[in-house]
Design a protein around this ligand. Structure first.
Ligand code: PEP
Length: 255
């Protein structure tokens, strides 16, 4: 099954109103000027900018997503944001289980699955992140770890329209270090096999993104690998030039 590439930017806890406006308008104008471009683009700003960025993106082909959500849709959860609220901002995606939430907020697979279920229940697609730590990789456990994370954190009833998987080795995030092509291929094919066991026929349509120190200089190499259906970009998504160059590289188009 043909899978349309997805180039997703995770802004993390970055962006104020003024710099986000320049970033979004820069992306919209570059995307509009590139008629041969066929990948899906997504930006995931912090909650404070969802409304503003969503309004700027309205009518453009660039999608809006959030970086996390609560498992409930309303209620007494001070400081939290629900999937229904995110949907209300015009978003279509929600990242769950990013390693910075798994480690910094002690989020375990069961909670991540509940968040993904909450996202799907209001019509958002969930981007479920998995990835091994450096000690786990050194111990030869990377495949086992990501498969266990995947099996225990994807939402019930997931389909290619409602689920994206992002493989992000923790040691590659924000570090400038990247896995070898063989390492990426091994994990992505393992994840695909694991998805087949979980979702049967739906598995072949689910996109599996690579994330971790993706830059304009290495994006093309990742994107040519089998079972790499796009990328989740952190730091480089904060620059119009870099994020757009990564998007072009995903299509084999010159920057
Ligand atoms: C991320 O946080 O999802 C990420 C991949 O970060 P970076 O691209 O900065 O490594």
């Amino acid at each position: 099954m043909a899978r349309r590439k997805l180039i997703a930017g995770n802004w993390k806890m970055n962006g104020l109103r003024t710099d986000s406006a320049a970033l979004v308008s820069g992306l919209i104008s570059r995307r509009a000027a590139e008629s041969d471009f066929d990948a899906e683009m997504l930006v995931c700003p912090p909650f404070t900018l969802l409304d503003r960025v969503g309004q700027s993106l309205a009518g453009s082909p660039i999608a809006l997503g959030a970086q996390d959500c609560h498992i409930e849709q309303t209620g007494a959860f001070t400081g939290d944001v629900s999937a229904a609220m995110i949907k209300d901002m015009g978003a279509s995606y929600c990242i769950v289980g990013h390693s910075e939430r798994r480690s910094g907020h002690h989020e375990a697979n069961a909670l991540i699955r509940a968040k993904a279920d909450a996202a799907l229940s209001v019509g958002l697609a969930a981007i479920v992140c998995v990835g091994e730590s450096e000690p786990e990789r050194r111990a030869g456990k990377a495949c086992e770890v990501v498969c266990a994370q995947l099996s225990n954190s994807i939402p019930g009833g997931a389909s290619p329209d409602t689920l994206v998987v992002a493989y992000e080795p923790i040691w590659a995030i924000g570090s400038g270090r990247i896995p070898t092509a063989d390492e990426v291929v091994e994990i992505h094919s393992t994840l695909r096999r694991c998805l087949h066991g979980l979702l049967g026929g739906h598995a072949s349509g689910v996109r599996i993104l690579y994330g971790g120190s993706v830059k304009p200089s290495n994006a093309r190499e990742f994107m040519l690998l089998p079972d790499v259906d796009g990328c989740l970009v952190g730091g480089a998504s904060l620059s119009v030039d870099d994020f757009w160059a990564i998007a072009l590289a995903s299509q084999g188009l010159p920057a």
